[in-house]
Design a protein around this ligand. Structure first.
Ligand code: HEC
Length: 213
């Protein structure tokens, strides 16, 4: 009798370990299959996704394009210079807002987030993404420009703004992620960075110059 009970105890204990083993396994391994969801709530529901087409409208599109001339709230363009960096056909060289320490500081913060990964914190084109691509040697990488070349320094500020907005050659556009005022803030910070790398002794206050010589 006790032997039977002991046998049952062993079997039950072994079975009790099965769920723990399964949980451990699913935590420790990866799978290409979708997660197994018990309560789906609204995570799964019929919907029309991009390219899926729809019988609802005559043109087969699932979504309606905005009516011509529609302007989304808050995006009415009132100042073309602010949004394009262009005055008529030409790039402006002065930002369309007062350049304050706060603006430059904001620009530094945004630059460090959006630009430094490629262009590097000091703007020499040696950000972490660029350094990693160099290491991988895949042969497909265009190195980010140094922002301190004579060419980039000679670009009008409006053109730098345009580069951020629309990208340039192999550089992607950041207009969708960075609102216009922040793009201008970044431009002012890039200008400050450029200045910092081309400073001369004459930029230092006279009373401090002696100490540096
Ligand atoms: C994903 C990497 C990447 C990011 C992020 C990036 N850039 Fe670039 N940038 C590039 C590359 C690559 C080039 C060179 C493109 C080429 O020559 O094809 C470039 C070129 C430039 C140039 C030189 C354009 C010229 O006039 O020749 C400027 C200025 C510039 N980037 C500014 C910025 C600023 C400001 C940001 C942040 C808003 C930024 N970039 C974010 C990759 C990046």
């Amino acid at each position: 009798m006790t032997r039977i009970l002991a046998g049952i105890a062993v079997v039950l204990t072994t079975l009790a370990l099965v769920p723990i083993a399964l949980i451990w396994r699913s935590r420790a391994t990866t799978s290409a299959l979708p997660r197994w969801v018990v309560v789906t709530n609204m995570a799964k529901q019929p919907k029309l996704v991009g390219q899926s087409g729809s019988p609802l409208f005559a043109d087969g599109r699932a979504m309606r394009p905005p009516v011509a001339g529609t302007v989304a709230r808050g995006s009415l363009s009132t100042n073309p210079v602010l949004e394009t960096g262009l005055e008529g056909e030409a790039f402006v060289d002065v930002p369309p807002m007062p350049v304050t320490p706060q603006l430059v500081k904001r620009g530094q913060e945004r630059y460090d987030i959006f630009c430094a990964p490629c262009h590097g914190l000091s703007g020499y084109g040696d950000g972490v993404v660029a350094r990693r691509a160099d290491r991988l040697q895949e042969g497909t990488w265009t190195p980010p420009s140094s922002l301190h070349t004579d060419l980039v320094r000679s670009r009008p500020s409006g053109q730098l703004f345009n580069t951020i907005t629309n990208g340039i050659r192999n550089m992607p556009a950041y207009g969708a992620q960075v609102p216009p005022a922040d793009r201008w803030a970044i431009v002012t910070y890039v200008r400050a960075l450029q200045r910092s790398q081309h400073a001369t002794i004459a930029d230092v206050k006279p009373e401090l110059q002696e100490k540096l010589r």
